[in-house]
Design a protein around this ligand. Structure first.
Ligand code: CAO
Length: 279
């Protein structure tokens, strides 16, 4: 029989580090001190005050698949008509919040410093936390209850541009009644938002991302039967968004927050329902 020649395998070479070797480092630079002033100083005050309010956080996941499809179609239509409109998810979410606030006006309220009076605000001035040149700012879109989704998109773009240029005005910043923080525009899933006092509720939006989910309408034929208890239905990939609400627990209870969130969820999961309800 012919003999097969085995290849000669060389043992791997190793770099032996002498135990006496030392890492050469540059001397540390001097610490830098910065006075907290301007908008950062205001943030110290408002956040510290807000954190004294007993609040709770409630989270849920929304299926945004239908809205993702709708936005895609609308963006295409705008492109075909050569119209320039920055149509992110925010204008839809802001409008849906306003529609849900119609049914839960307590979430669009202010409370005074001593918590003796609740003022149900007539206008839905929805604040949007913005990562601006000057740091975190929360300008608001006025009278969302009267605006179309397109109007909201235009106003959000204006505020965003003003924010990036450091040109937001006092008028842009004052009079907010309810707030949203789209941290998902940067990344992340959950955040515990801090109230923008004297408002009583704020929501933090996570990143919309494809996640495996159980099919929504499981009928008996596709669900696991008694004979095969270990079988599971095939998963579907859906565009999911987590949302975290913080609310002033002195005047808002968890059940109200959950019902409001369910209402908002129903609009965002079935955007056609928004059209029917939009005045
Ligand atoms: N999930 C997935 N995609 C998202 C998203 C989300 N949650 N939010 C935004 N996007 C997408 C947008 O749809 C857009 O995509 P297209 O280019 O395809 O249209 C893109 O990301 C850029 O969006 P944008 O950030 O310019 O616009 P926006 O209207 O969604 O958000 C604003 C505006 C001002 C909320 C946002 O720019 C911002 O500043 N977010 C940070 C908020 C923040 O710092 N919160 C923390 C507060 S506590 O410190």
């Amino acid at each position: 029989p012919s003999t097969v020649k085995q290849p000669i395998v060389q043992p791997p070479t190793r770099t032996v580090v002498s135990p006496t070797a030392t890492v050469q480092t540059q001397p540390a630079k001097e610490d830098r001190h910065e006075t907290i002033k301007g908008i950062k100083k205001i943030m110290v005050k408002t956040m510290t005050q807000a954190n004294t309010i007993p609040h709770f956080t409630y989270c849920d996941d929304y299926d945004m698949t239908e809205l993702v499809k709708l936005r895609k179609k609308l963006k295409k239509l705008y492109q075909q008509e050569k119209k320039t409109l920055k149509l992110s998810y925010m204008p839809f979410i802001i409008k849906a919040c306003s529609l849900a606030l119609m049914e839960y006006p307590i979430l669009n309220a202010h409370v005074d410093a001593k918590c003796e009076t609740i003022t149900y605000k007539a206008a839905h001035n929805i604040g949007v936390a913005m990562d601006t040149r000057d740091g975190l700012l929360v300008p608001n879109i006025k009278n969302v209850q009267l605006l179309s989704i397109q109007d909201i998109a235009l106003e959000l773009t204006r505020l965003q541009q003003q924010g990036y240029q450091g040109k937001l005005t006092n008028e842009d910043m004052q009079g907010g009644t309810f707030s949203l923080s789209n941290i998902g525009a940067i990344g992340g899933t959950y955040a515990v938002p801090i109230l923008v006092i004297p408002e009583v509720a704020i929501g933090a939006l996570g990143k919309i991302s494809l996640k495996p989910c159980a099919p929504e309408n499981l009928d008996d034929s596709s669900s696991s039967s008694d004979d095969d208890e270990d079988s599971y239905p095939d998963v579907e990939f859906r565009h999911m968004m987590s949302i975290s609400w913080s609310a002033d627990h002195r005047v808002i209870d968890g059940a109200t927050m959950a019902r409001f969130s369910n209402k908002l969820k129903s609009y965002l999961e079935n955007p056609m329902m928004m059209m029917i309800n939009t005045k």
